[in-house]
Design a protein around this ligand. Structure first.
Ligand code: PMP
Length: 355
């Protein structure tokens, strides 16, 4: 019955999310979730949400969450927009801020949701190639006519971070384009652009609770930027659904920011495991890109990535392999807990030992 589909839906290549396996017991290193549970303060706060309160709509302004985020990130509550995961926040940004007569610019190797949103919302875009070191070179974006620029920092799936000086130069060179910095992975070693918000009205920073806050299942994301950018996001959001988040998510998200020690501890553990995993993979002959994220992107000269991914899968470990021709020699491996990392290295040792 696809004749009922609108023309955009008929030609859309939808985003394909990483596998969420139904089988128990698999080592899941394919979608960059946090291997540690959220702070116990999060579940405690969610337990205080009463059944009676669930009768009532949540706060349409998410005022308490915005106040908490504002205090932590040293911005004003009206410089914050919250939503159900950063994918939703990104959707609002694409609709409200990135559709113009000039094309949107993003890297050829980046978060694969960006081209999907462009097609869905009818936005022209140009994919700018990464340089030969697989880095985003902001100089390639500085002198182009464009309707906006978006990139993750660190980039995904490479994990490579961008220095703040490069981002600032871009903000200065492109004062009439909104520059969206998707900081989904910034807490694992990147530098945040949040301090630039008060200086550059064309900057929007997007964050998620899914990675460093261990809350992918709660669906919380937010954006920070000049009040005029936030106002545009609110306009679009209110035209869909005036309640940005449910009561449980609001309670859990606020509590997460109340446990800084736990946040620091789990992030440090992941960074430590990443460094150990990188060294172990290099010993096995892999080339590992310099990651500042909770995943690494690695290739082996002698073994095809697709076969390695299949071999791991047969041994109950799932990693991500992309079929894109420029990166089909790479595996993207999320950082697990120490036991999971050990199993991964043992299994790859086995799979790369049959010369
Ligand atoms: N941005 C990037 C770069 C990502 O990798 C992801 C996770 N797939 C997201 C945004 C979306 O995260 P979420 O919707 O869980 O907040």
């Amino acid at each position: 019955m696809s004749q009922f589909w609108s023309p955009i839906v008929q030609t859309l290549t939808p985003y394909v999310p990483g596998e969420q396996p139904k089988l128990p017991g698999l080592i899941k290193l394919n979608t960059n979730e946090n291997p540690y549970p959220p702070s116990p303060a999060v579940t405690a706060a969610m337990h205080t949400v009463t059944a009676d309160s669930l009768r009532l709509y949540p706060d349409p302004d998410a005022a308490e969450l915005k106040k908490t985020l504002a205090a932590y990130h040293d911005v004003q509550p009206d410089e914050i927009f919250v939503g159900n995961g950063s994918d939703e926040v990104l959707a609002f940004a694409f609709m409200a801020l990135l559709k113009h007569s000039e094309p949107l610019l993003f890297a050829d190797i980046t978060y694969s949701f960006y081209p999907v949103y462009c097609k869905l919302f009818g936005i022209d875009y140009v994919e700018v190639p990464l340089n030969s070191a697989m880095e985003i070179d902001t100089a390639d974006y500085e002198d182009r006519a464009c309707g906006g620029i978006i990139f993750p920092n660190p980039n995904a799936p490479t994990g490579i971070p961008l220095p703040l000086a490069a981002i600032e130069a871009l903000l200065i060179k492109q004062p009439n384009a909104v520059v969206v910095v998707d900081e989904a992975y910034v807490d694992f070693g990147g530098e945040t652009a949040i301090p630039f918000i008060n200086k550059y009205p064309n900057l929007l920073v997007i964050r998620t609770f899914s990675k460093s806050r261990s809350l992918a299942g709660l669906r919380v994301g937010f954006a920070m930027g000049h009040v005029k950018l936030i106002e545009a996001l609110e306009r679009v959001k209110n035209s869909f659904n005036s309640y940005p988040m449910d009561r449980l998510a609001l309670a859990g998200a606020v509590a997460s920011y109340g446990d800084e020690a736990y946040f620091q501890k789990t992030n440090a553990a992941i960074i430590d495991s990443r460094e150990q995993m990188t060294a172990a993979l290099e010993k096995l002959g892999f080339t590992v890109l310099p990651s500042a994220a909770n995943f690494i992107f690695a290739r082996h000269e002698s073994y095809a990535a697709e076969q390695l991914a299949a071999g791991l899968r047969e041994r109950a470990i799932i990693v991500r392999h992309f079929k894109h021709p420029r990166i089909n020699q790479y595996l993207r491996i999320s950082i697990g807990n120490p036991d999971e990392c050990k199993m991964l290295i043992q299994t790859l040792t086995l799979l790369t030992s049959n010369h």
